[in-house]
Design a binder for this molecule. Structure first.
Ligand code: UDP
Length: 403
């Protein structure tokens, strides 16, 4: 695990100095993060890096994962989908299942921090354990167009928090609590994002029998309908009529996402249409994800809905040209035709992919601009700073706090 000093060559000495100063002010406070999975998905990805770095800076930060069975995670996945605006039937039984597991967690979870940082809807009901301490609800979902029944159900809990945090201004909702805008981040020195020797990249391509004889288009994502793997295959097949290339759709699962295996099977079936489509079920292995991203000519992220889309930041950081849907937090990362290409449809995606395959110089420039944009805005050091300032602000009396 790299130490905080190792970030100096990337972000400069003053950034790290500031972080140490701010953290000093939090001495004596215990900060507890709570989410629903230790592996898989963006939240676990962030906490796995954020928690040890905070500790190294001197903050007393802990991380708890709530418990839940299959039924609970089926319900919370449904909540996730409808909060993102997808239509699915939600029944009273779903709310009962949610509350039953929540009650168990309320009784069993060991919550003792001064600042409790709750991630996403799954653990939201833990607020019932609120005492004199400060509670933050962190929303990683694009809730700009949520199902109203589920949203109102959640608001009953959220309004008991001290603050809420959203990734983008457009996600914020009318709420009777203070709101902050903090976009997520990537860690440039993690196994997922650090530089890799070419031999490592080649070895991993070899492992998956991928030959570099033609351009590689890749989407790394959980097998989730909202990531639109079927749309990616359609866009690729349209491109393939004009430019010889190959497609990698790679992803693993998350313990709080029970839909994965079914979507994976469907996608595997569709992939039989073309021998150059590689569907990879990845083990949780950051070096492999890193290598596949680095081996790619273009990264695609054709999500139908997205919270932030860490995979986009990861690809841009590697200087890759990216084609991604104009949804959720993706437009924060991609300024169209400057740091990548945004698309709104399968046709749009295939058009953008063709354009980049046919103009390598333009593709390279977009990748370079993308890397710079991520460096300036979406690295973990900025995120750490925002968190520390947010924690400090909880103890301020003023109504307005500028981050
Ligand atoms: N990821 C991974 N292995 C996989 C699929 C995804 O490590 O098989 C990582 C991916 O690199 C990214 C995170 O999981 O860091 C996904 O975050 P994102 O915001 O893109 O989507 P989410 O899964 O949270 O909807």
């Amino acid at each position: 695990m790299p130490s905080i000093e190792e970030y100096i060559p990337i972000v400069g000495e003053s950034t790290i100095y500031d972080l140490r100063l701010i953290t000093e002010r939090l001495k004596g406070k215990v900060i507890q993060h709570v989410n629903s999975t230790a592996v898989g998905g963006g939240v676990a990805e962030i906490l796995n890096r954020m928690v040890p770095l905070c500790k190294e800076l001197g903050a007393d930060v802990r991380w708890e994962v709530i418990k839940g069975g299959e039924q609970f995670f089926e319900v919370t996945k449904k909540f996730h989908n409808v909060l993102h605006g997808r239509r699915e039937e939600i029944t009273q039984n779903d709310f009962d299942v949610f509350m039953e597991t929540s009650e168990k967690n309320i009784n069993e979870a060991n919550i003792y921090g001064d600042i409790i940082f709750i991630h996403d809807p799954q653990p939201v009901a833990l607020i019932k354990k609120k005492k004199e301490n400060k509670w933050i609800w962190r929303c990683h979902i694009d809730v700009s167009n949520p199902d109203q029944t589920v949203w109102q159900f959640l608001v009953n809990f959220i309004e008991q928090y001290d603050s809420a945090v959203f990734s983008a201004p457009s996600f914020s909702r009318r709420l009777p609590v203070k709101q902050f805008m903090i976009p997520p981040s990537i860690d440039p020195l993690s196994d997922k994002n650090k530089e890799l020797p070419q031999e490592t990249i080649d070895k991993i391509l070899n492992k998956y029998s991928i030959v570099k004889d033609k351009p590689i288009i890749t989407q790394i994502s959980r097998f989730d309908r909202l990531k639109d793997p079927v749309g990616v295959i359609d866009a690729y097949l349209q491109v393939k009529r004009y430019v010889d290339c190959q497609l990698i759709l790679a992803g693993g699962g998350a313990t709080d996402d029970p839909e994965g295996p079914k979507v994976f099977e469907e996608v595997q079936e569709l992939a039989k249409k073309d021998k150059d489509i590689h569907i990879l079920l990845l083990p949780h292995n950051d070096i492999e994800v890193n290598a596949l991203q680095r081996a790619s000519t273009i990264i695609i992220q054709k999500s139908l809905r997205e919270g932030f889309g860490l995979t986009v930041a990861e690809a841009l950081w590697k200087g890759k040209p990216v084609v991604a849907s104009n949804v959720g937090g993706i437009p924060l990362q991609i300024k169209h035709r400057y740091s990548g290409l945004l698309c709104h449809s399968i046709q749009g995606a295939s058009f953008a992919l063709k354009q980049l395959l046919n103009s390598p110089e333009y593709a390279k420039k977009l990748g370079q601009n993308g890397r710079e944009h991520i460096k300036n805005n979406f690295l973990i050091t900025r995120h750490l700073r925002d968190h520390m300032l947010l924690f400090l602000s909880l103890y301020h009396k003023e109504d307005i706090v500028y981050l």
